[in-house]
Design a binder for this molecule. Sequence first.
Ligand SMILES: Nc1ncnc2c1ncn2[C@@H]1O[C@H](COP(=O)(O)OP(=O)(O)OP(=O)(O)O)[C@@H](O)[C@H]1O
Ligand SMILES: [Mg+2]
Length: 543
Amino acid sequence: MSTATSNTIASPSTEETGMKRQYALQAARLTLTAMANITDGLQIPFLKAAPQTLNQIITLADSVKTNKDACGQLAKQATDLIQAIAQASVGKTVQMDERLQDDVEDLRKTLESIREYMSKMTSRKTWKRVLASSEDTAAIAEFRNKLAHAVVVFQIKDQISARISQHAVTQDILQKVTNIHDHLTTSAAGNPPYQSEFLFTPPAYPECFYGRDEFVATAVDLILTHSPAKLAILGPGGVGKTTVAAAIFNNSSIEDKFGEHRAFVSCEPLSTTESLLETLCKAFDVSVQNGKLHTALMSFLKLLPDTLLVLDNLETLWDSDDESDNVQTLLRNLSSLAVLTIIITMRGILPPKGVLWTQPALSVLPVVSVDAAKSIYQAISPTDDDMVLETLLCNVDCLPLAVTLLANLGQCGLSPKELQDRWEKEQSKLINLGGKKKSESLDVSISLSINSPLLKHNEDAFSLLRMISFLPAGIPVLYLSEIASHIESITEAQIVLFRTGLAYLTASKRLTVLSPIKLYITSNYEITANEIIDIQKFYFDLA
Ligand SMILES: Nc1ncnc2c1ncn2[C@@H]1O[C@H](COP(=O)(O)OP(=O)(O)OP(=O)(O)O)[C@@H](O)[C@H]1O
Ligand SMILES: [Mg+2]
């Protein structure tokens, strides 16, 4: 399993694609088991003997020390091809003309050479392995070409059906062979989906990680005691949801339970459910036929042992107008799988509906304690000025993203005292490292929630947000409809703020916002006359 750090760009051709290889081999084994039921009754002797050779190839692919991923793919492709031919010949009367015999013989030889080559690879001494690595890459590519060629041969010469049978082979089987052909030729052309690989490259255990021991322990316990657990890690932007998910994903008990069967998929760069499906198929190395991604993914996942899937920043799709229905269907279908433990991270405090989330549910992720915030700052930018540091971090309500960005400014040579002075003048604009990414700027992170489709379509929610930000201690929920009397649907407005993670309820039941969000709103948006009138009316009536 790959645990490349999130900022390391790993070459997809390295051994880091261990999980992909495991899935490829697992799929090959499953295909082989299914094939065993049909090959016995077949009239072509080669097809009866092929499962044994394939079994050896799969075992060898599992034990090679170099080019593991490519060997795994090769084993899977060989198995897929033989299975398609075997299926096409079930119940058919075979007419073995000379050319068919030659073609079958070529295929037999190709399988034999693959087995022999892999056997040679496994028995090489370490130093020879290193020397032969590039030679092996070329040989594997050549084998792939041969398998691709075999598909063409069997397909072109009157589409298997006429050659093997007097009855027509169903369109379905022909389509299957065509798909395998497409799959083989794209792989053989050396055109793997490099760009998408990073979407599911799992993050490493966070290097700097404080104040979350209890949360992680609770989540791990829920996963180990509920099979399969469904957990939602919720909270405002920048509170540390992704970081906590990475810690759970890399926890040793979780590694022990799921081993290689763990996938971490970031939904952030995705704009459609279709692209999420594609990414999931790639993450699990599912081979797709007839373009039916959903069917292929579900059938594949059903056959796996216990598997963990993390869907990070799901709000990207969940809050989108066009995609929310589709992503809801997908999530519901995934959560119906008995083998699949699901963790999602999402901005807001309400979990996605349609899934029975494991109870007791995880609490909404709070900001970290002052001590943890200080530890985060000290780990990035050590300082002796503990007193000012505490004031500085309390100014940003100990929101981990803000703490991290302040510490990054500290690394640039600014002391906590200097940062505090600048904070008083510049406020949230200070917390900006000059980049356009949310990890570099508090404003960018907050504006993602402000610009979410949910808030854009609900002017009432935005109005409520301005009012809460204007009042120093937020608004007591008890008086919400009285204070915000110009808002028609106050409940809906409140829910939208909860869903975006922009507002939350305090223990004393006041609807409020974190300090950085308050500052962002007050400095970027003016409170309207109606809102002021409502506030004044309420407080004058009280007086
Ligand atoms: N417990 C922690 N200890 C140290 N640093 C943390 C912790 N939690 C979060 N951080 C840091 O805070 C920043 C934001 O964290 P993260 O990306 O996990 O937040 P998020 O809630 O997933 O944000 P978003 O809603 O934008 O996806 C990151 O730089 C991360 O390293
Ligand atoms: Mg995140």
